[in-house]
Design a protein around this ligand. Structure first.
Ligand SMILES: [Zn+2]
Length: 297
């Protein structure tokens, strides 16, 4: 088994040990020949929503279930609650536990408005992936995935960022997201090949989606992590959805200098179906306008 060295890790769900999401990427992954058998007819248990925070919460759960249905992945019965503080998630945005053999999911996205909805969507997919793992994944498939990703352990006996279960949950989330959803704590990620091979290994099927949007920022680059930037790109996505879907994936990198953009506000190039966008300093409106042109042009 080849050990793949993680390039950069970025904590999305900061500070938690049991639900935080870590992105670890490595080069050179090869496809595994061991494929799980995807169920032809996915089955769905009851999603029991015990507590909500926002009027949109139930619709977001429906959205997440539709993503699993679309992918042909079953979900067990899940007890689910939304919280307005992060304590039930031990400081993270979400958590999954088995309680008396039943999947129990906590969502603790402590924000409001559009940004909250995006984070809830993503967190639901991630935590549901843990439920799917616990009820439908077998050890042979887990081993195949760990071999592929260069990981040695699956769960709590392994350091958080090296847990196969977390990498698997992120891989499933990646494959099910039906649009790019952005968060401000991404590290340097170029994981498409690894994610794709990982998804195949876990599910035995092609991912229904699998966008790559990378908000690139060095650790010191605060500029790339503002909510305004996330909103800006979401807005650009809304306005250019059809055009964007011509690309297999999109990678957006923010920079503090103009050099990566050749002195302009943005620049982009399409390489093998992947659109690379560089965004350089400018007013938000300027970047948004330019970004839209890059995406639709
Ligand atoms: Zn997790």
């Amino acid at each position: 088994m080849r050990r793949i060295i993680a390039l950069v890790l970025a904590v999305v769900f900061v500070g938690a040990t049991f639900t935080a999401s870590i992105y670890a990427r490595g080069p050179g992954a090869s496809s595994s020949t061991t494929l799980a058998m995807a169920p032809l007819q996915p089955t769905f248990g009851d999603i029991l929503i015990e507590e909500t925070v926002d009027p949109t919460d139930e619709a977001l759960v429906d959205w997440a279930m539709d993503r699993y249905r679309e992918a042909g992945l079953s979900l067990p019965t899940i007890r689910l609650s939304f919280h307005s503080d992060s304590a039930p998630c031990e400081g993270a945005m979400g958590g999954h536990r088995l309680e008396d053999g039943i999947s129990r999911v906590y969502i603790c996205v402590v924000e409001f408005g559009a940004t909250r909805q995006l984070k809830v969507k993503r967190t639901l997919l991630h935590e549901f992936a843990h439920a799917w793992d616990n009820h439908y994944l077998d050890d042979a498939t887990r081993s195949a995935f760990m071999d592929l990703a260069g990981l040695d352990g699956w769960s709590f006996d392994t350091p958080y960022d090296e847990r196969g279960s977390e990498h698997a949950a992120e891989t499933i989330t990646w494959g099910l997201l039906d649009r790019p959803l952005l968060f401000g704590e991404f590290g340097e990620t170029t994981p498409w090949e690894l994610q794709h091979a990982g998804y195949l290994t876990l599910t035995g099927a092609e991912p229904p989606h699998g966008y790559v949007w990378t908000l690139f920022a060095a650790a010191h680059d605060i500029y790339a992590r503002t909510p305004a930037q996330l909103k800006m790109i979401e807005r650009a996505w809304d306005q250019s959805e059809e055009a964007v879907r011509r690309s297999e994936s999109i990678e957006v990198r923010f920079h503090r200098t103009y050099e990566p953009c050749g002195g302009e506000v943005t620049s982009s190039k399409l390489v093998d179906g992947r659109l690379y966008v560089q965004a350089c300093p400018g007013s938000s409106d300027d970047i948004h306008h330019q970004l839209l042109e890059e995406l639709t042009g």
